[in-house]
Design a protein around this ligand. Structure first.
Ligand code: AGP
Length: 607
C-alpha cells in the first residue's frame, strides 16, 4: 500500500518527510517523492523511481530549510512505476499526494482541458480537479479540495498544499487511512501512525468523509458537507523499539522470534487458569447475546483467512451447537449470501485496512449482523467500524509476511469461541484443557523456536533447489498447511500449495515427481494413522518429504522435524512456527528481499 507523510512546523520538513517515508517502506512501494515550500512558496519537488535511497541522492543536491511539505511512497495502480508517475503531482500552484483509486478519473480527465497532463495516473487528474476549483488562490484551498472530492468516485487518502499559502496543508480521507499527529508548534500527517512515533503521542484519526485544514498549531476538521467535526485526540501506543529491528537482520525473524511475548500480550488479563475460563471483554456482547449465537461467519484475506479457518476447527470442537463458516473476503463481498438470524461475523485483519475485508464488513453490517473485529492496528478503519472487537496487541507487524499476527489471531478467536461456550453453559471443567494449553502457549512457542531453528535452517538449505512444494495436513493441520504454503510462496517465490491429505487421491497425487518436495504436518491424534497412510502413498510415488510432527515418526521420509508433544490441542500452531522459520531461511538462502517481497504490500487497501 502507498504511504503518505506531511509536516508543517518549525523543523526541517525534508528531514521528517524522508524519515517518515522510511518508516512506511515496509508497506511496499515502487517509487517515492516529496515536495517542500519555502516561506515565499518556492517549491522543491523531488521524485524518484525505486527505493527511497534514490530519492535521497536527489535530496543531497537539493537540501532546503523549508518548514512545510508532503511526501509519498507509491505502489503503482494506474501507470507504471516511474518518476513521472510518482507523487506528489502538480497542477498550477498546488501539489497533491494520494492513496487509493479514483474510479471515475477517465471521465473527470476529459473535462480538465486546461491542464496539460504529464502522467498516466488517476492522482494527477485529482490534482487538476482541485486546481480547477482553486482559481489560482482566489478560493480557500480547503474549499477547492471539497468541491473536487464531491465529484470523485473511489477511495482516497490525500494531502494537498499550495505555493500561494505555504503554511497550510489540507488532508482528506475516504477508504484510505490518514492520521494527524499533534505536536508542539508542529503538525504532522501520515497514512500510518508508525511514521509519527518519536515525534508525538497525540493523534487524530481522520474518518471517511472528513477534510482537515492543518497549520503548525491548528487542526480544523469538517465533513464534505461543511459540518464541523470535533477532533478526538487519541494516544499513539507504539514506541520506537517496536518498529525497529532490535538487532535482527530482518523484521520477519524479529517478528517470528517475538511471538512468545506478542502472544502473551494477546492473552494478558484474558485467561483465568484457576477457574479454567477465559474472559474476552472487547466484543461487547452480553451473556444473553452470546447465548443466542447460532452461526459464526469468519471473514479475512490471506493469512487472516487461514487464521479464521484454523480457529473455526477449534471453535467447532467445543461449541457443537453453532455452525462456523470461514470465507475469503474478496469472494464473499460479491456473493449474495444469506446470513441467518443469531449470527455474528468475526472480521479478521492485522492492518485493519484491507479493502476487501473492509467492504465485507460494510456489506455484513447492512444486513444488521453484529460484527466483531479481530484486529492488530489500533485505530484502523476496520477497528473503528466494527460493532465491537478485540485488539490482538502484537505490536506493529512490519514484514509483509504475517507471522505473529496469525498466532494471536487464532488464539483470540479461540478465546472468543470459549467465551461463547462458557455463556452457553459449558460444563465447568470441560474447557479446562483448552484454557491450560492456551496459558502454556507462550512458553511452548519459546521452547519450539529454540528447539527447531538450527534444524530448520539446515532443511531450508537442502530444499532450496526445488521450485515446487506441496504442503499437506488433516483437520487442524490442514489450515496450518495452507498458512505454511502461503509463507513459503510469498517470500521465497517457490510455487507452494497446500492440500488436505484426504484430497491427495482426488488429483494432487498426480503431481508427485522430482520437481516437487512435500511438507507434511502430522500431529499425534485420532487422525494420525490416516496421515501415516497418506505419507506412504506419497513415498510410494517417490516423494521427497519433510515431516513436521510432535511424536515419534519411523517412516523412511527424507527429513523429520520433531517438536515437543506436550500440547495435544494447539500443536499445529507450534508446527506453524517451523513453517515460518522454514520460509524465512529458504528466502535468506535464495538471497531474496525477506521483508518486502516483490509485487506485494503489507496492507492491500485497493481491490
Ligand atoms: C500474509 O503473510 C500476507 N501478507 C497477506 O496474505 C495478508 O495476510 C492479507 O493481505 C491480509 O492482511 P490483513 O490481515 O492486514 O487484512
Amino acid at each position: 500500500m502507498c504511504g503518505i507523510v506531511g509536516y508543517v512546523g518549525g523543523k526541517n520538513a525534508q528531514d521528517f518527510l524522508i524519515s517518515g517515508l522510511k518508516r512506511l517502506e515496509y508497506r511496499g512501494y515502487d517509487s517515492a517523492g516529496i515536495v517542500t515550500l519555502d516561506e515565499n512558496g518556492e517549491a522543491t519537488l523531488l521524485r524518484a523511481k525505486g527505493k527511497i535511497s534514490n530519492l535521497e541522492e536527489k535530496l543531497a543536491k537539493n537540501k532546503r530549510e523549508d518548514k512545510i511539505g508532503i511526501g509519498h511512497t507509491r505502489w503503482a495502480t494506474h501507470g507504471e512505476p516511474s518518476e513521472i508517475n510518482a507523487h506528489p503531482h502538480q497542477a498550477g500552484d498546488i501539489y497533491l499526494v494520494h492513496n487509493g483509486i479514483i474510479e471515475n478519473y477517465k471521465e473527470l480527465r476529459e473535462h480538465l482541458t486546461e491542464h496539460e497532463f504529464k502522467s498516466q495516473t488517476d492522482t494527477e487528474v485529482l490534482a487538476a480537479l482541485v486546481n480547477s476549483f482553486y482559481g489560482n488562490g482566489k478560493y480557500p484551498l480547503v474549499n477547492a479540495v471539497v468541491q473536487a472530492l464531491k465529484l470523485v468516485k473511489g477511495t482516497y487518502g490525500i494531502a494537498v498544499l499550495s505555493t500561494k499559502n505555504p503554511d497550510e496543508i489540507v488532508v482528506a480521507r475516504s477508504g484510505s487511512p490518514l492520521v494527524i499527529g499533534v505536536g508542539t508548534g508542529e503538525t504532522l500527517i501520515a497514512s500510518d501512525a508508525s511514521a509519527l512515533v518519536g515525534h508525538t503521542k497525540q493523534a487524530i484519526y481522520l474518518n471517511d468523509g472528513e477534510v482537515a485544514r492543518i497549520t503548525k498549531d491548528s487542526v480544523e476538521i469538517k465533513t464534505l458537507n461543511a459540518e464541523p467535526v470535533s477532533a478526538k485526540v487519541e494516544e499513539i501506543e507504539t514506541n520506537l523499539a517496536a518498529i525497529q529491528k532490535g538487532g535482527y537482520e530482518h523484521f520477519l525473524l524479529k517478528e517470528i522470534m517475538e511471538q512468545p511475548k506478542s502472544l502473551a500480550e494477546t492473552l494478558r488479563g484474558r485467561v483465568n487458569l484457576e477457574q479454567g475460563v477465559v474472559h474476552l471483554g472487547g466484543p461487547g456482547l452480553s451473556e444473553q447475546e452470546l447465548r443466542k449465537i447460532k452461526h459464526l461467519i469468519i471473514v479475512g484475506c490471506g493469512t487472516a483467512y487461514h487464521a479464521g479457518l484454523l480457529a473455526s476447527y477449534y471453535i467447532e470442537q467445543f461449541t457443537p451447537e453453532i455452525t462456523v463458516e470461514t470465507v475469503i473476503a474478496s469472494e464473499y463481498r460479491y456473493r449474495n449470501a444469506y446470513i441467518p438470524e443469531n449470527s455474528v461475523a468475526l472480521i479478521v485483519s492485522q492492518s485493519g485496512e484491507t479493502a476487501d475485508t473492509l467492504a465485507c464488513l460494510r456489506e455484513i453490517k447492512k444486513q444488521g449482523t453484529k460484527t466483531i473485529g479481530i484486529v492488530n492496528a489500533i485505530g484502523s478503519t476496520i477497528a473503528r467500524e466494527v460493532d465491537g472487537g478485540t485488539y490482538v496487541h502484537v505490536g506493529p507487524e512490519i514484514s509483509v509476511a504475517s507471522t505473529k499476527a496469525f498466532t494471536s489471531q487464532v488464539m483470540a478467536m479461540v478465546m472468543f469461541g470459549l467465551t461463547i461456550a462458557q455463556a452457553k453453559g459449558a460444563k465447568p471443567g470441560s474447557l479446562k484443557l483448552y484454557v491450560e494449553e492456551i496459558a502454556k502457549m507462550p512458553e511452548m512457542i519459546e521452547k519450539t523456536l529454540k528447539d527447531v531453528e538450527g534444524e530448520v535452517k539446515k532443511a531450508a538449505e537442502k530444499y532450496k533447489k526445488y521450485e515446487h512444494a506441496i504442503y499437506l495436513g488433516r483437520d487442524t493441520a490442514y489450515p496450518t498447511a495452507m498458512e505454511g504454503a502461503l509463507k513459503l510462496k510469498e517470500i521465497s517465490y517457490v510455487d507452494a500449495n497446500a492440500y488436505a491429505f484426504g484430497e491427495l487421491k482426488h488429483g494432487p497425487l498426480a503431481l508427485i515427481d522430482d520437481r516437487f518436495f512435500e511438507v507434511a504436518l502430522v500431529p499425534e491424534g485420532p487422525l494420525y494413522d490416516k496421515a501415516i497412510s497418506n505419507v506412504q502413498e506419497v513415498l510410494a510415488r517417490g516423494g521427497h518429504m519433510l515431516v513436521i510432527t510432535d511424536t515419534d515418526f519411523n517412516l523412511p521420509v527424507d527429513d523429520v522435524i520433531k517438536i515437543s508433544g506436550e500440547l495435544k490441542i494447539f500443536s499445529p500452531i507450534l508446527m506453524n512456527l517451523v513453517s515460518q522459520l522454514f520460509a524465512y531461511y529458504m528466502t535468506v538462502a535464495k538471497g531474496y528481499n525477506v521483508d518486502q517481497p516483490r509485487n506485494l504490500a503489507k496492507s492491500v487497501t485497493v481491490e
